[in-house]
Design a protein around this ligand. Sequence first.
Ligand code: C2E
Ligand code: MG
Ligand code: MG
Length: 629
Amino acid sequence: MALLGRARGEIAERVRNILPEGRALSDDLWERRHDGLVRLIWAHVLGLLLFGLIRGYPLGHTLIDVVPLAALAALAKSTFPSRRMRSSVAAVGLVACSAVLVHLSGGAIEAHFHFFVMVGLLSLYQEWLPFLLAIGFVVLHHGVLGAIFPRGVYGHPAAIAHPWTWALIHGLFVLAASVANILAWRLNEHQALHDGLTGLPNRVLLTDRIEHALDRRDDNRLVGVLFLDLDGFKSVNDTMGHAAGDELLCEVTRRLLGAIRLGDTCARLGGDEFAILLDDLEANGAALHAADRILELLAEPFLLGRHKVTVSASIGVALCMAGGATADDALRNADMAMYSAKRHGKARVEIYEPAMHAALLRQVELESDLKVALEQHQFAVHYQPIVNLTDNSVHGFEALLRWQHPRRGLVSPAEFIPRAEETGLIVPLGAWVLEQAAQQLAAWQWAHPERVVEMSVNLSARQLQDEGLVGIVSSVLQETGIDPARLTLEITESTLMSDSWQNETRLESLHALGVKLAIDDFGTGYSAMSYLRRFRVDVLKVDKSFVDELLRGPEDRALAAAVVTMARAVHMLTVAEGIESAGQLATLQSLGCDLGQGYYFSRPLPAEAAGDLLMTERMVLQSRATQSA
Ligand code: C2E
Ligand code: MG
Ligand code: MG
């Protein structure tokens, strides 16, 4: 039974694939076409009236012929609620014009050609019913009237003798003309509604199908929309060429089609973006399950030519329930969830939540606010002391950027630095931080000539890619006159690994200026130690997560201890980040860690407070330490 149902479903799907979709016309376009066709009926009313009079029919006779046409034209323009009703009336009106022409020309065969013109025009509606009505009208009209007034319908003896046979023959011709028109409609529609490369439905068709799914859905079932964006597609395109990119998209399409059920729709929205409509779901779990299956299928490497390529996808899921949601809402929500999946590390699935909308708005706002923040002096640099762990003296400071937003208050760098990176604003902003920090260092050197103070400044990946970086650092050194050896540039481990060739030459040039380089957040990135030899690094900043673990179980401690010991073994200066307790400090001291930084000593401070600290350092640091302990 189930097998039979499945087979029926498959046949229905095949037929659906062969036949035109219809419904693709927007209301506006449909109205314009309908208007044009109704006007054509009116033109016939006038034309046929004249034609009848010229042919010598009495006015009364001609009026009896054309008044029904006028009535149909008026009816077609009336306020029937559905398109289908109005197009049906207009269709009957149009073929009736042909019938009247045939009648007024005494059944001349040439007048019958007029039917074919009308059938062609009916295809403008992109609906089925008008064609069926036209065929039915022709058969009935030719049969009934042909039997009653054969000479008003047919101009040759065979037809006059057998009006119903010839009604059927004419009907068959109209059917053939309809099929030809429907075929052209179908091909045009396919072109307009499908993607040229993959043959998948495009956004227009998908939106239409989602709309229908939303209308059809009964109350306790769901419609799911998945929005999928490939991770890493651009690099395939860039490195292997567009032909390989196209091949990848086609292979992805095949896998996606293999992952969905019959009746679901997989569409390509452009570039490497796909969307899938999951119709009629029983529970939310089903959509997630489908998304996971897709991730699994895409995880298998792709064979492009002789190269194996791995890509992944970020998927956003929107689930729609009864009422409210439109197709555009569903797609937009799924898109937002996809964006969130990308931002949370790619190759994952996220379900849309209303909070995402607010988060996205906040980000867009944040980005535009960032653009003016530098000009409007909303940024400040704070300084966190880096302490010598052997005697608790201040070794130097790390410059940390702060954004005092006029409405939102203090915004965390963790939130705005990634945005500044994406927009490229980090380049001028980072240069500004460097300048501020170097000027501050120069001021402290001047105020405390007896002290050796160092300054650390963070560099982002984007700054490291910037050609002007070396020039900026060198001119800051020149302008402020600071000793380059007292300036440390911090680069995170993952930045260092991401684009090694470019980084390598740029780091060499920075080294040549005499500044020191530190690896920030050490231990969180690739943990491939070989790069410590390749890049000339002076300082390792052990990430806070290891310091946090020092006092946990013996195994956690062993790992953290190993990282500190390893850093010491490669003869680099070791800084422990995020020291928060006396216990952590004692352990780090026992492991022989050189320097430390953390709330236990001091939070990042405004320049003035940091300067005060330099004067009274040991006392202040220790009293702070006892306060927070
Ligand atoms: P980071 O370079 O690893 O900086 C250390 C972060 O840890 C700072 O956060 C600091 O306030 C925080 N921290 C220090 N000690 C403790 C502690 O004991 N406990 C805890 N919980 N946190 C501690 P902040 O200032 O929020 O900066 C976050 C990140 O933003 C920085 O991490 C850095 O990657 C980035 N950043 C900050 N300023 C700049 C900048 O001027 N340029 C660039 N490119 N990145 C910056
Ligand atoms: Mg840092
Ligand atoms: Mg760090």
